[in-house]
Design a binder for this molecule. Structure first.
Ligand SMILES: [Fe+2]
Length: 206
């Protein structure tokens, strides 16, 4: 039984107005380990894509809190990876574009700092790939792509682009492909090819 002053009657829990608000504020503070734990559970659910997206949306909905929670490592960080889910903090440098690539896994991209342009590609008539569309993402935005999607990402803001990327599987163990968008050539996704194809944003406007 709860009395008017907020005590439960057992002396164990304060449920008064002030105390409740303080607890609510604490619960809203993002914690990276909590986010990882929740994403791991979501990735095992029947509708994992939807469950993961809901969490990513929640995380980036308050971009400043997300940036505070993740800090600023200044480079990509694999926060967690197992056979069901890979969770990455991403850091893209201004005016640079990561090479076109696939994932072979469903991916959910949430942005909490900067502005990035996702270029999406499709198979071209000559056997290569060609750009089919582009999507700009800003803090608070979430973008999900399927396992066969091919994209590159350019950071188009003055500062770096930071985000939370979640893949439904073990990304570093998947046999993936990189694409040279100039020649149309595809090649194995490895560090050497990635560094070789890393370039200034070739689709930059103006
Ligand atoms: Fe990607």
């Amino acid at each position: 039984m709860t009395s008017n002053n907020g005590w439960t009657g057992k002396g164990a829990l304060w449920l008064g107005a002030t105390g409740y608000l303080e607890i609510a504020a604490m619960a809203q503070e993002l914690n990276v380990q909590d986010i990882i734990a929740r994403l791991r559970v979501a990735a095992t659910q029947d509708d994992a894509t939807k469950a993961v997206r809901a969490i990513v949306e929640e995380v980036v909905a308050d971009p400043e809190s997300a940036a505070h929670a993740f800090g600023d490592p200044g480079e990509d960080v694999i926060l967690y990876e197992d056979e069901t889910v890979s969770i990455w903090y991403t850091h893209f440098h201004p005016a640079m574009a990561v090479p076109a690539h696939d994932h072979q896994l469903s991916a959910c991209i949430g942005v909490f700092h900067g502005r990035e342009r996702n270029d999406l590609f499709e198979a071209g008539p000559d056997g290569g790939i060609r750009k089919s569309s582009e999507v700009f993402l800003e803090p608070g935005d979430v973008f999900a792509i399927g396992p066969k999607a091919i994209h590159s990402v350019a950071c188009v803001s003055e500062g770096p682009c930071n985000g939370l990327h979640v893949y439904l599987g073990n990304l570093t163990e998947v046999d993936r492909t990189l694409f040279d968008v100039d020649t149309g050539r595809s090649m194995k996704f490895d560090d050497a090819n990635y560094e070789r194809l890393m370039a200034a944003d070739r689709f930059a406007s103006g």
